[in-house]
Write a protein that binds this ligand. Sequence first.
Ligand code: SF4
Length: 371
Amino acid sequence: MFSEELLKYDWDATTERINSKTAADVLRALNSPNPGIEGFMALISPAADPFLEQMAARSMALTRERFGKTISMYIPMYITNSCTNSCVYCGFNCHNKFKRVILTPAQIEDECKAIKELGPFENLLIVTGENPRVAGVEYLSQALKVCRPYFSNLSIEVMPMSAEDYARLVEDGLNGVVCFQETYNRKRYNVYHPAGQKANFEWRVNGFDRMGLAGVHKIGMGVLIGLEDWKTDVTMMARHLLYLRKKYWKTRFSVNFPRMRASASGYQPNVVMTDRELAKLTFAFRIFDHDVDISVSTRELPAFRNNICRLGATSMSAGSKTEPGGYHTYPQALEQFAVSDERTPAEVADAIRRAGQEVVWKDWDKVFDVR
Ligand code: SF4
């Protein structure tokens, strides 16, 4: 399990190693067909700042080689904000007093129909808070069955589960699982996740192994930018990805670099990542892993998304609501965080096309679900 592998890597030593990288290390990584983890550290280090143009060019070339000029579209559907965790940065944390919503199957179906009115989405990401008692595997199984006739590709972003539960949901038509580790800093993890199941670092970080063992087709990873030094956190995530790729070689992977947004928690980020740094990280990740899907959500502003869609990103959400029932049932419910890109899916798609990219709504068909 990855929690054991992670013990090999010291947080502070990794930070020091990144900060000691030189311009020569950056050039070596840029000119290498496979720069590896050392090259990745160079590309995200301060020494890489003067090389942003070269990094963008290399990232764009690699992305076109592997993915063509395409952006795959997806949309999230929040089906409950019920949560037993107390993540200090999240508006859904259990200490925040507001009305909790758990959508019924009929309401989930209404949300499916409302999303279909917004655009020809075929990739749906079902999102929940973490409350296994009232919105556990049974509830998710039911939700997948309701959504299946409307979408070709179903992913979930929910509490980490056992391998058996993931396998059961795969049988119900689940294609992908997204889970954010939030931070790989084991010592500081509980500062942000003091109680509830999410306080168990090992259970969360080993969830990716359980997804791999269960045969989940695509695994999505991410750290929350704003908690700890982002350079160290994404390096740990890159190590995690290398580990997973070796062990679960049939699985596809995606990464996401969510920057903390304003929420009802009122929490302020400890570290702020600039747009330039986010672009640098995107380029570095593409140069490090040519095949990984890099997803950019509506957390980011339109101007940033309009540029990154041709330089390294490969999937984007659009028209997102981050409150359960937000498309139809409860348009005024409390959102998990504020989105930055409020354009309609059609407006986002037009902007992507104007950037010279093809918009892909469907990249998976149910006939491939042979299990
Ligand atoms: S981040 Fe997720 S687990 Fe944590 S409080 Fe928010 S909804 Fe719950």
